[in-house]
Design a protein around this ligand. Structure first.
Ligand code: AMP
Length: 295
């Protein structure tokens, strides 16, 4: 496995890998866990070669967010990616990616203001911009993202469609701990008590799914079931619990199969997100309605 920090070298290496067949790109911010490695495994199953990127992207963090303290553990990440069978890891310094006077941004329109975008102005423009840059550098046939960041998926699908980016986006399910907590690099910030409180997020999603499973179709009523559990847990400050269309991120008027139920909350000082897409109750596989089932 090669560790590359220079964008031109990364471009050249990806060009030659792609000549041998399909190429998968797995963009990450590092501090890798099983959720990231599931994306790598998906690419390894499908593509002739897999490249991963590790870049804590400054332009997607707000001025009072955790850019400076975001966990960085390049050596361990490199070992994990090598074991996982990745051919190339690209881990550039910010100065290698952004010119000091860089001005160009990808504007994804109203989508950027919904869900997390409402409280994180500029976040999705930062995400779309870095992902487009990485897609240009790697020119992969497939790029892999986690359903964990559901709004990010909607933003990137829209960008790829609107800008005719020649890549297929592949979205993989959320990987969870055995107790249901969605894996996140930010879980490392949680103390033991906070780790327990953080289960309120998945608990709220399950409560909404259960209400819909009992036949509730009114979004406000179904979400109320989630709010009841969240309100009962001290130390959890809810940012949003919403039932939205997975593509537009706009609130649905009727909640049911296919609806994206998304939650964001602060546990202590740590901001966490989670979501599920409600399954079709008539389908034999209802695992996506039960976040605990995909551990
Ligand atoms: P990050 O390093 O947090 O930017 O995440 C890199 C990629 O891994 C994104 O596409 C995330 O959606 C995905 N990811 C993060 N956590 C999980 C998880 N628990 N399950 C599946 N994918 C995940």
């Amino acid at each position: 496995m090669d560790l590359i920090t220079d964008p031109a070298n990364f471009y050249a290496r990806c060009l030659s890998l792609r000549a041998a067949g399909s190429l998968g790109l797995v963009p990450t911010m590092g501090a890798l866990h099983a959720g990231h490695l599931a994306l790598v495994a998906a690419s390894r199953r499908r593509d002739a070669a897999t490249v991963a990127t590790i870049f804590v992207n400054p332009t997607q963090f707000g001025p009072r967010e955790d850019f400076a303290r975001y966990p960085r553990q390049l050596q361990r990440d490199g070992e994990l990616l090598q074991e996982a069978g990745v051919q190339v890891v690209f881990a550039p310094a910010p100065e290698a990616i952004y010119a000091g006077d860089a001005q160009t941004r990808v504007d994804v329109g109203d989508l950027a203001t919904r869900l997390c975008g409402a409280s994180r102005p500029g976040h999705f423009a930062g995400v779309a911009t870095i992902v487009l840059k990485l897609l240009h550098l790697a020119a992969p046939t497939h790029a892999y993202f986690g359903q964990k960041d559901a709004a990010q998926v909607a933003v990137l699908r829209r960008m790829v469609r609107d800008l005719n980016v020649p890549v297929e986006l592949v979205v993989e399910p959320i990987v969870r701990d055995a107790d249901g907590l969605a894996l996140s690099s930010r879980n490392a910030y949680l103390g033991a008590g906070e780790r327990r409180q953080a289960l309120a997020l998945v608990g709220a999603l399950r409560a909404v799914a259960a209400a819909v499973g009992r036949g509730e179709r009114n979004p406000a009523a179904a979400l109320e079931a989630g709010h009841r559990g969240l309100d009962a847990v001290p130390g959890v400050a809810l940012e949003y619990l919403a039932a939205v269309d997975a593509d537009t991120l706009l609130p649905v008027t009727e909640i049911g199969p296919g609806t994206l139920v998304a939650v964001a909350a602060r546990v202590g000082t740590t901001r966490l997100i989670d979501n599920l897409i409600l399954a079709d109750s008539s389908s034999a596989d209802s695992s996506s309605a039960d976040p605990g089932a995909s551990a």
